[in-house]
Design a protein around this ligand. Structure first.
Ligand code: NAD
Ligand code: TDX
Length: 340
């Protein structure tokens, strides 16, 4: 652990109108009263300004714009003492249908941000995913660590891996003051209905049978988005420059088990779903060993009861239909076209 914590006063949060970025903005406003947040968000199909509506105007400013816009990025970074980079194209299935925006936002957008941070000597935290490590077999207890070689499988994860590599190179060659985190699958309120858990919850609310890919045995390591946010703050303020930290909460479950838990919550029989075409290149299993983060920085997850976190998430989607309804039909039309 570093002796003196970094104390940012003005931070730029990219992608702060998305699922995880907006949770981080709420976290900072609630837990760190002296900090001003500028959100830079392009408001793609996945961004919703409502996610940060109602936060105090003297604490949070929304700038609608693209992280690939070098002039805009330069102006915002010049005025900040840290950047926390969440903005991305984030959905694997979309990256298979059309990789192009993933290259643009995830790779070129990251380049624009780290160049600006280098010019202005601004601290940079890079939010990434465990998917950069590829997948693990089902019949092996091994987990990803910070030393696991990169082996991404999808257009999405390969662009995230590329962006991680840019950051590592900028640290080594230019002395960029950066840290990287690679987190496992997040769940919680405000997640887009294209993702597994919200898709099945909102299907059930609509009286539609959930859809399971492949044989349903793929394992994901679930973490509540609140725990991801507390970990990122911890790494931003106390992490060692140049280091990577894996974030996870020991939440391994296969997709079939998660789906059965959701079906039970709706009082539906556990086989009341459809098997659909598998995702091409579908990663088998993700699992995170987060002991470095826990040991060095003393971070611990707080939402370790997945069943109650999932029940609260289901309740949130039941109570917030006006939030997700506008995206539902277009999302399902995309899946229908893919046979999923
Ligand atoms: P999301 O798709 O919900 O939100 C992405 C946000 O980025 C949206 O608000 C969107 O408008 C914005 N954005 C997209 N392109 C942009 C651009 N060019 N310029 C400015 N803003 C742009 O994504 P999420 O699930 O909240 O993921 C956030 C970050 O966390 C991503 O970097 C993702 O790789 C990473 N991550 C996600 C998970 C997960 O389980 N969802 C797990 C680990 C890491
Ligand atoms: O309808 C579905 N049926 C299904 O069986 C959907 C949408 C998904 N699945 C499966 C595929 C995966 O095994 O559920 C699992 C989770 O799928 P996603 O929600 O698409 O997440 P995943 O591909 O695991 O990636 C997520 O976690 C890592 C995020 O979307 C990424 O941004 C993050 O990096």
């Amino acid at each position: 652990m570093t002796d003196t914590a970094f104390e940012p006063r003005r931070i730029v949060v990219t992608g702060g109108c998305g699922f995880i970025g907006s949770n981080f903005v709420h976290h900072v406003v609630r837990e760190h009263p002296g900090v001003h947040v500028t959100v830079l968000d392009k408001l793609t199909y996945a961004g919703n300004p409502g996610n940060i509506a109602g936060l105090p105007a003297d604490r949070v400013e929304l700038v609608v714009g693209d992280i690939c816009d070098e002039g805009l990025v330069d102006r915002l970074v010049a005025d900040a003492d840290a950047v926390v980079h969440y903005a991305a194209e984030s959905h694997n299935d979309n990256s298979i249908a059309d990789p192009s925006p993933f290259l643009e936002t995830n790779v070129r957008g990251t380049y624009a941000l780290i160049e600006a941070c280098r010019r202005h000597d601004v601290r940079y935290h890079h939010v990434s995913t465990d998917e950069v490590y590829g997948d693990l077999p089902l019949d092996d207890p091994a987990r990803f660590t910070e030393e696991t070689p990169y082996r991404p499988s999808s257009p999405y994860s390969s662009t995230k891996a590329a962006s991680d590599m840019l950051v590592r190179a900028w640290v080594r060659t230019f002395g960029l003051a950066a840290t990287i985190s690679n987190c496992s699958n997040n769940y919680g309120p405000y997640q887009h209905v294209e993702k597994f858990i919200p898709r099945q919850i909102t299907n059930l609310i609509d009286g539609v049978r959930p859809r399971l890919y492949g044989d349903g045995r793929n394992v994901r390591d679930w973490i509540h988005t609140e725990d991801h946010s507390s970990a990122v703050w911890c790494i931003l303020t106390r992490g060692r420059i140049g280091e990577t930290y894996l974030i996870g909460a020991d939440g391994e479950r296969d997709n079939l088990a998660v789906l059965r838990e959701i079906l039970r919550a709706f009082g539906r029989p556990e086989d009341d779903f459809d098997w659909v075409r598998d995702r091409p290149g579908h990663d088998r299993r993700y699992a995170i060993d987060s002991s470095k983060l826990r040991r060095e920085l003393g971070w611990e997850p707080r939402h370790t009861d997945f069943a109650s976190g999932l029940a609260e998430t289901i309740e949130w989607y039941r109570e917030n239909e006006p939030w997700w309804r506008p995206a539902k039909e277009a999302t399902e039309a995309r899946y229908r076209a893919q046979g999923q």
